[in-house]
Ligand binder design. Sequence first.
Ligand code: AMP
Ligand code: GLY
Length: 421
Amino acid sequence: MNILLIGSGGREHALAWKIKQSPLCDRLVIAPGNPGMDALGECRPVKATDVEGLVAIARDIQADLVVVGPESALAEGIADACAAAGIPCFGPRKRAAQLESSKAFTKDFCKRHAIPTAAYETFDNVPDAREFLKSYQPPYVIKADGLAAGKGVAISPDYQDAVAEVEAMLGGRYGDASQHIVIEEFMTGEEASVFALCDGETALVFGWAQDHKRAFDGDTGPNTGGMGTYSPAPIVTPDLLDITRRDILEPTMKGMKAEGNAYTGVLYAGLMVEAGKPRLVEYNARFGDPECQVLMLRLESDLVPYLLAAAKGNLKDQPVPKWRNDAAVCVVFAAKGYPHSPLTGSVIWGADQDFGDDVTVFHAGTTRGEDGSLRAAGGRVLNVCARGKTIQEARDRAYDAIAKIDWPGGFYRSDIGWRAL
Ligand code: AMP
Ligand code: GLY
């Protein structure tokens, strides 16, 4: 098979690493990819949002499958364009991807289908929103409706701050993405990410993990795209998975189909778990990053048949995926200043060394300088991932490896996995 993989982050590097191991994969082309992915496939400098350019590559290589990593490509309609070109695509249509790209869409959908989530209201003007806030207790949860690169959620400690957030968002802080806002009930509990592959009818649970969203140790500092993950996450018990399937994933598949908006690709359910009961915090229409990296390290089955089955609508014929008994941990090495203003351009030494079989370093925001040096080119730059018999062992290996990488311009959290230990 010829496969086109779209994206350039750690998530896509991990997908490329796993796809490349498949005996089904003859040729892997990646757009745009990153320096770490060079060795796995042919990287072409076309952006993930350039739908025309991507379809042209897919045609050129006679792709049997297009695998979409990031939400930006989905929101631009890559899956619709592939469908029009008759090319199987792993990823939802733009309208179905609203489960990620519009919080108001998802909340209304949950209400229609009795899917457990926080109570909420949607607003497009400040006076109504300000009045509504008075009916809630702090902390206040205020969300931009649209995609805001993971920054569109504010948790305000008091009424004053909440009103300021409402004014800033409705005043256009995130452009079109915050013309509407959602104000919702604050949920307590522990968060977990559960992934399901979907083909429009069937949702097949495909791993779970726990992320660390805050920038600094002890879950302090600003929210980020994720600073580290581990899998399996002990909070995700077989019971919790059953309830999640029954009350959240299956009603979502049925509801989307019934509304003429069948969902395919991967559905990432961000859950809040309290007393063994899950509620939906949000849906994403893609794999999590860095969650995907620990999942790929643990996946024993060939990934490609699953991606193809999701794209072609025959997931129910696939066996339950096999996972290694090992645990996996990913520690994100980010550029200083991330998430607000990461400093780029600094040189990284030692990322390419052989760390042994149990350690894999996935690249994200890296670039090669003219002198061949590896340099920081983004916020999250490297992802140091390791397997081990236990989370403790995997984590020790990841931290041993990261200590061997010489990058004064970077920082990482030293407590990834603390909840599991
Ligand atoms: P989201 O982008 O919707 O996942 O929100 C980002 C983060 O904000 C989540 O991972 C939670 O930590 C937090 N959050 C979002 N909604 C709520 C809520 N209703 N109650 C408590 N925390 C929330
Ligand atoms: N790690 C969280 C996300 O991918 O949204």
